[in-house]
Ligand binder design. Sequence first.
Ligand SMILES: Nc1nc2c(ncn2[C@@H]2O[C@H](COP(=O)(O)OP(=O)(O)OP(=O)(O)O)[C@@H](O)[C@H]2O)c(=O)[nH]1
Ligand SMILES: [Mg+2]
Length: 461
Amino acid sequence: MVALSALTTPTTRPKAVLVAVHFPRVEDAELASSLDELGRLVTTLGYQVVARVVQPRAHLEAAAVVGEGKLQELAELTGGTGRLETTAPKRRDKARLRREAEDRDEEDDVDDVEDDEVASADAKVDLVAVDHDISPSQARNLERATGVRVLDRTGVIIEIFHRHAKSREARLQVEIARLTYTAPRLRESPGGKERQRGRGAGEAALELDRRKIRDRIAELRSELEAVQRDQDVRRAHRRQARRIALVGYTNAGKSSLMRALTASEVYVEDKLFATLDTTVRALQPEAKPRILVSDTVGFIKKLPHDLVASFKSTLDEALEASHLLHVVDAADPSWEAQLEVTREVLAEIGASEVPSTLVMNKVDLIDPDALERLRRRLPDAWFVSARDPADVASVRQRIITIFEEAYEEIEVVIPYDRQAVLSEMHDAGRVVEERWEEAGVVVRWRSEPESIGRIRARLRG
Ligand SMILES: Nc1nc2c(ncn2[C@@H]2O[C@H](COP(=O)(O)OP(=O)(O)OP(=O)(O)O)[C@@H](O)[C@H]2O)c(=O)[nH]1
Ligand SMILES: [Mg+2]
């Protein structure tokens, strides 16, 4: 496993250890890229990744994901006891724990990866992030053994969404996903000890907490519906406009393209899930007629199902687009897997029907030969760098062309007392030619069939 560069930079950020089980049929590269991504997720949460602990196994250990020996190794990193029992020793005697671990039967560790890199036994770790979905009891056991907070992939993703969501709608959606995730894990809450005094009383208290959570979720859902009704009204106003949505895997460069295409200041960062809300801006310099571009939340593999469902409405905006630009980080070695994940999620939320174009971004980072091979493989894709103004200008032109292909051309006479219609035509299509004649202005005009129908009706009325 590759050493992480974070190891060398002194920083006050809290530290995290990544944990994964290497299943027999998973390629080394696949495991490494999954851990890299988990590392980036954890970094997005503000942690510094100091070590990875990987154990080859056929399945997740039912008790605590990894076997006893590995658990001990992990506990040494975190300063925990390495034990699953609740009663922790009064003082942590690391040396004693280490001796015990050595004596223990380490059978399940025989083919351990030799080079799990370990920062330093003294690095105080604050978080254990597991690259698999784990059960509440596995999380609880891991927390007991390590003495620190444990999050699985879903937990990490929900936490990021929770911190970054800005609009009311996104916040409500994340809160629902978070409570749904938390409810079955309630036992581990700090109040747990009191509850254990009397089993009956404890169960009842837990049930009460769960009921409160269910009620809260119901409340949030109805609030969300109200917000969405509001949004629908606003969307209906925009529906006339031509719409492009930028979709794709997180970090592909959607927001960068959005900024460049709309001369706006949307948030761009080299973090996963930099964008959690859909933003809509007009193409700049403005196209005639106006074209709107929406930037959307990025996808990620193993996106928790709850979040797919709850973010569907954040993406609804995009789904109403007439065309999707599917942005891919062409310089990422796992771009194909990322492309596949995005396609799957799009299918899941019902967007497969929307016409789409593949935009292979970040070509500035690819060597010319590899780029040439990619171009041959994907003859219909657009190859661009969001950092190159000439590429951005050509994307803008191609977007306009997408819409213009559906346009028809008409020639109409606008009487001089109907000039309002003429200004509407300037907004809703492209005026190719205007001639001032006796009966009025003769206009050659290109627009969509519906707009043409609407203008004709206005002129008759
Ligand atoms: N070299 C290079 N870097 C790029 C290019 N496009 C984007 N980036 C960088 O890639 C990182 C991610 O860009 P964003 O635009 O935030 O990506 P995003 O798809 O909006 O990501 P999420 O909002 O997390 O889904 C940033 O550091 C950008 O500066 C490009 O064409 N070339
Ligand atoms: Mg973004």
